[in-house]
Design a protein around this ligand. Sequence first.
Ligand code: DAH
Length: 335
Amino acid sequence: MKEKLEELFKLAKREIDGSLTEADLFNVKSKYLGKKSEISSLMVSLKDMTNEEKREYGSLFNKIKNDIELLINNKLEELNSKVSYSFDETKDSNSEYGSLSHITIVSKQVTDILKRMGFTVITGQEMEDEYHNFIALNVAENHPARDMQDTYWLSNKMVLRTHTSCNQVRAMENYGAPIRVCAPGRCFRNEDIDACHENTFFQLEGMVIDENVSINNLIYVMKELLKEVFKTDVKVRLRPGFFPFTEPSFELDCSCLICGGKGCPTCKNSGWLELCPCGMIHPNVLKMSGIDTNKYNGFAFGLGLTRLAMMKYNIADIRVLNSGDLRKLKEFNLR
Ligand code: DAH
């Protein structure tokens, strides 16, 4: 018995020494120490031995099993230490780093600020129906305002949304009043493309409906927003505008960020940049979406996200943004 056990130990040792992988070692372990191993079946014979023999062979079995286990563990450590990961953190890698796009960064920044002011972010859908894109926003079938928003009509009678304003309607329908929502997203128009016009661009719609909402609330929200986006105090002014879904309607300008309001080519020497159309939501629009106009009123704005990104990163040609041309996009450092 003793010789047999010593022979098994020698065989096990030889196989452990010759193991090249962790899997080899597991196989050796089950072969020599597993339930069906020769050592285990030899151990069964212990029960027929005298007490004295049991003591002697019992400790021999334990010793051999422990020794094999120890050899296996040592070999495992040896194998693992040979798997070397060569990593030199001082070495400069030539690989390119990806990043979010300029518009995604600006969009996230604006929505983060609005979220802190209690706005919920919704996304809506890029393929809209005529009702949500036009009719529910007070733009009836033959309304001249449709000319400016010529878009892509799909064969299923849907349109690629011309603005994010349709989310005003969707939000009122889904959540009712009072409400504060913003909706960043891609919009589409049939445009002749040049440095300032694209057929695909991004807007961010904002809407607040509550009791006694005033134009002052609108101005406050816009000022806070722009102050944080541009990291400087920006002056804003409202000029009268026209949109069928707001009454009164305004164009919100901000003091030119390039010249600080003194006048330069970017602001055509006026000191102001046109930034965000806005206004008090037209009662027809509120009513059509089931809002009680005796109790509630609200304001809305349509921030041009693409334009904002161009201003923030000093991008003169809108076409670069959708081009996917990394050589050009890299010229405008992300901050
Ligand atoms: N949806 C308009 C457009 O794309 C912009 C706009 C104007 C949005 C006034 C508004 C608003 O929310 O109140 O031309």
